[in-house]
Design a protein around this ligand. Structure first.
Ligand code: ATP
Ligand code: MG
Length: 429
């Protein structure tokens, strides 16, 4: 026997029980986004590699070591499975001239790929909800994007998610801070790890984003970017904070919040929970005013955030939320040739009335079919044998209520009887 094949490490199947949970989650996400005027966009999962190098930055974890890149064997083109969605979204906005039109509030939901060490909350294929607004200079839109998060946590029944914010200022301000930062890190050269040494002169800000426990204290005491911000940057940051205070949203300013991608400026934020262990960031984003121009478009301010779907779903479960698996209204049991032919007609007829039907397939005794009907969670079984089929009749049996008589009905009367009883039982609840 040949060896069974497995999915790629860190890339998970989402089985029906779980996938139903995901669909309910996505329903909530879509109506939440609609409530803020966001419209969907769908980009390809594969993009040209240079897009990510230019957008995310060469000296970042993602570009240095996490991208699934390969050469198209037919034309030699360098391609990458998208590690995040902002680069592709901005590419699409430029390519289709959306920057100066409505819609400029956009969202997408989908797979992302990063070659990381798989662990709880960290996978090689994972999913993000990405939200981008293009052409707004803020700080109003930055603040609104943060308020959106607060509303979503409430919609999902989540609490205790801490909001951290920071400002990365503008590039001249970062340059001054950078010089101070390099001098500081040079003083601590003896404890720097490989990554930090390599980034010392290329991208020292990124060192603050390190996950290495040995470097935490030293990084916490490093010169703070906020002390290098000019008047305009400080006013922008203050503008965001004012809206948050007005809305009563608690936040902490985290000076080490620099984000793992190079394209951010001014406002950056993360929503963090302590209920998921080390992988506690469920949502992260910020302003990226330079990116549209950097990717060849006309200079356009923009802002966005992304949420990790796996982490949010884990958090919903951790918080006791478990939507009930949707069950069919009817399980249709049938035996005999005439009965089976009628069963198809009955099933389609019930569906015409909006009734969800699981038609038994694969034969078997009445007894074994009834077992499946019970296991399906259906509210009713509709049973058709050849005796019933001859007369155009079926048995309607309630599977959820004790002591309710099985009834023989004309098949044309089934839909009305089922709908009537579904409404009755809804009213009793
Ligand atoms: P981290 O610091 O945890 O590596 P990041 O800064 O690399 O996160 P972003 O690029 O900001 O993450 O992605 C936004 C969100 O996507 C994260 O906050 C997280 O919820 C989720 N995410 C990122 N990488 C993964 C992954 N490998 N597996 C699962 N979720 C992820
Ligand atoms: Mg990461």
């Amino acid at each position: 026997m040949s060896q069974t094949l497995q999915s790629v490490r860190g890339m998970n199947d989402i089985l029906p029980d779980e996938a139903e949970f995901w669909e309910l989650f996505e329903d909530t996400i879509r109506s939440w986004l609609k409530g803020y005027g966001y419209r969907p966009i769908r980009m390809p999962i594969v993009e040209p590699t240079p897009l990510f190098k230019r957008a995310i930055g060469e000296v970042t974890d993602i570009v240095e070591k996490e991208m699934y890149s390969f050469e198209d064997s037919l034309n030699g083109e360098q391609l990458t499975l998208r590690p995040e969605g902002t680069a592709g979204c901005v590419r699409a906005v430029i390519q289709h001239g959306l920057a100066n039109q409505v819609p400029r509030r956009l969202y997408y939901i989908g797979q992302m790929f990063r070659h990381e060490r798989p662990q709880k909350g960290r996978y090689r294929q994972f999913h993000q909800v990405g939200v981008e607004s293009i052409g707004f200079a803020g700080p109003d839109i930055d603040a609104e994007m943060i308020l959106m998060g607060a509303r979503l946590w409430a919609d999902l029944g989540l609490d205790g998610i801490e909001l951290q914010i920071n400002s990365l200022g503008q590039s001249e301000e970062r340059a001054q801070h950078r010089a101070a930062l390099i001098a500081y890190f040079e003083e601590h050269a003896e404890i720097l790890d490989e990554d930090a040494k390599r980034r010392l002169y290329t991208n020292p800000l990124r060192i603050l984003d390190t996950k290495n426990p040995v470097l935490q204290d030293m990084c916490s005491a490093a010169p703070k970017l906020i002390d290098y911000l000019g008047e305009a940057s400080l006013a922008h940051f203050e503008g965001v904070q004012r809206v948050l205070r007005d809305a009563g949203i608690p936040f902490v300013i985290n000076p080490r919040l620099v984000r793992g991608l190079d394209y951010y400026n001014l406002t950056v934020f993360e929503w963090v929970t302590d209920k998921l262990g080390a992988q506690g960031t469920v949502c992260a984003g910020g302003r990226y005013d330079g990116l549209v121009e950097q990717l060849g478009g006309k200079s356009t301010p923009a802002c966005g955030f992304a949420m990790g779907v796996e982490r949010l779903i884990a958090l919903i479960k951790e918080s006791g939320g478990e939507p009930a698996a949707p069950a069919p209204d009817v399980y249709l049991v049938h035996q005999g040739e005439a009965a089976s032919r009628l069963a198809f007609r009955v099933a389609e007829g019930l569906r015409d009335h909006g009734i969800d039907v699981l038609l038994h397939c694969g034969g078997g005794s009445f007894k074994s079919q009834m077992k499946k009907a019970d296991g399906s969670g259906a509210t009713f079984a509709v049973v058709i044998g050849d005796d019933e089929a001859v007369n155009g009749e079926a048995q309607l049996k309630s599977l959820r209520e004790e002591g309710v008589e099985q009834r023989k009905l004309k098949v044309d009367d089934l839909a009305e009887a089922i709908i009537g009883q579904l409404i009755d039982s809804d009213e009793e609840e």
